[in-house]
Design a protein around this ligand. Structure first.
Ligand code: GH3
Ligand code: MG
Ligand code: MG
Ligand code: MG
Length: 360
């Protein structure tokens, strides 16, 4: 790629790397009025990331100067480079030129919208074409906004700010949609999505995938005895206790529903998952939450079912589907219930049942 540094700029940047790959922390003021510029992220908020794409370095320079203070800026002189940068770290907004050699802005935008990792990023076109048809074509490929060249600083800043605000809101909504309101754990939807992904991965790689199904014992009696607010507090306590047992980034603890929780453990074989099942039982018991009407003992306990996908040399895995893995963990959990509660039980596939019994 033939790229030169943009003309002299007021921005303080690390000149040891080419300008189009720089993520620059911009100054609070770039000479424009404070009302239009200034850091947009509040205290504790992540700094927004902006990606500017134009085959003309001078235009990038102008836009960079205008947008100083709104976040971290990165630059690309071609759509292909911009897609690489976006995949390295997903931006919060992209400003793209419509006309570029190679892939133009329209194809770039369409490519972003077709990519699940990038589809939510707002794309603002910056174009010298004043025709309505061009503007309509931009929106047709998924543009969030359209700015005419030459761009006016106040308009660019206002429109980018609007897109950043909308993006922050939609990010927050997407996050909320995947969180359980009572416990703060991942919710059922997030778990179902992740289970599908991890099952596919396990089937491809042949690596074990384990699942723990965790059910609070005699919880209806607990609610009847202590009231629903106490029941809710109990569920929150259990959630914190079991979340504290996992440490790998890929592990997922979720609320499956009601008083049931799940732990999804990629690359974890049955022995490790069985050990974790026992730890779950102990951790909940150690909370010492009084349950004086439980037939299982004086404190709240859980029953745990453990299941692991087992892959054979011919590439087949059992259980082989998300539903089958959940069913297997369920079966083991019901065995734990039926044989005393307050314990963990590991599922053994039927092909192995001739040699093994449930490991309680
Ligand atoms: P078992 O030992 O067989 O699991 O008995 P259980 O009473 O725990 O099971 P059952 O399915 O009969 O009852 C589950 C109870 O969990 C009933 C319901 O009121 C309670 N529950 C489900 N979700 C919530 C919740 O969000 N908050 C509270 N407080 N209770 C809940
Ligand atoms: Mg151009
Ligand atoms: Mg239940
Ligand atoms: Mg229960």
């Amino acid at each position: 790629m033939n790229v030169t540094d943009p003309p002299e700029t007021a921005l303080a940047v690390d000149t040891s790397i080419p300008f189009w790959r720089r993520a620059i922390s911009l100054p609070q003021s770039s000479g424009l009025p404070e009302t239009t510029l200034g850091a947009s992220a509040g205290i504790g908020q992540p700094v927004p990331s902006l990606l500017l794409v134009d085959d003309d370095p001078a235009t990038i320079q102008v836009l960079a100067h205008m947008l100083a203070g709104l976040g971290h800026l990165r630059f690309a002189l071609s759509a292909a480079d911009a897609l690489n940068l976006a995949h390295e770290s997903v931006p919060d907004v992209v400003l793209v030129d419509a006309e570029m050699p190679g892939m133009n802005g329209f194809d770039f935008c369409a490519t972003m919208k077709a990519d699940p990792d990038l589809a939510e990023v707002p794309v603002i076109f910056v174009s010298g074409h004043g025709h309505v048809e061009t503007e309509v074509a931009c929106f047709a490929v998924g543009a969030a906004d359209f700015i005419r060249k030459p761009p006016a600083a106040e308009v660019v800043v206002a429109r980018v700010r609007t897109q950043l605000r909308l993006k922050a809101l939609s990010d927050a909504l997407r996050r909320e949609a995947l969180v359980d309101g009572l416990t703060g754990l991942a919710n059922r939807r997030r778990f179902d999505d992740q289970l599908r992904i991890e099952c596919d991965r396990a089937l491809r790689s042949g690596e074990p995938l384990s699942l723990l199904m965790i059910d609070v014992d005699h919880f209806k009696r607990f609610n009847d005895r202590y009231g629903h607010p106490a029941g809710d507090a109990c569920l929150r306590g259990v959630a914190i206790a079991i979340q504290g047992l996992v440490s790998r980034p890929a592990d997922l603890v979720a609320r499956y529903g009601g008083e049931e929780f799940v732990m999804l453990l990629p690359q974890t074989k049955a022995s490790g998952a069985t050990h974790l099942g026992d730890l779950v039982v102990k951790a909940v018991e150690a909370l010492r939450i009084a349950h004086d009407v439980s037939p299982s003992g004086p404190v709240v306990t859980v029953s745990v079912g453990v299941a692991t996908t087992l892959c054979s040399a011919d590439g087949g895995c059992t259980p082989a589907s998300p539903a089958a893995l959940v069913n297997a963990a369920d079966q083991a959990m019901y065995t734990a219930k039926a044989t005393g509660r307050g314990q963990s039980c590991t599922y053994v596939p039927s092909s192995a049942i001739a040699h093994l019994s449930y490991n309680i």
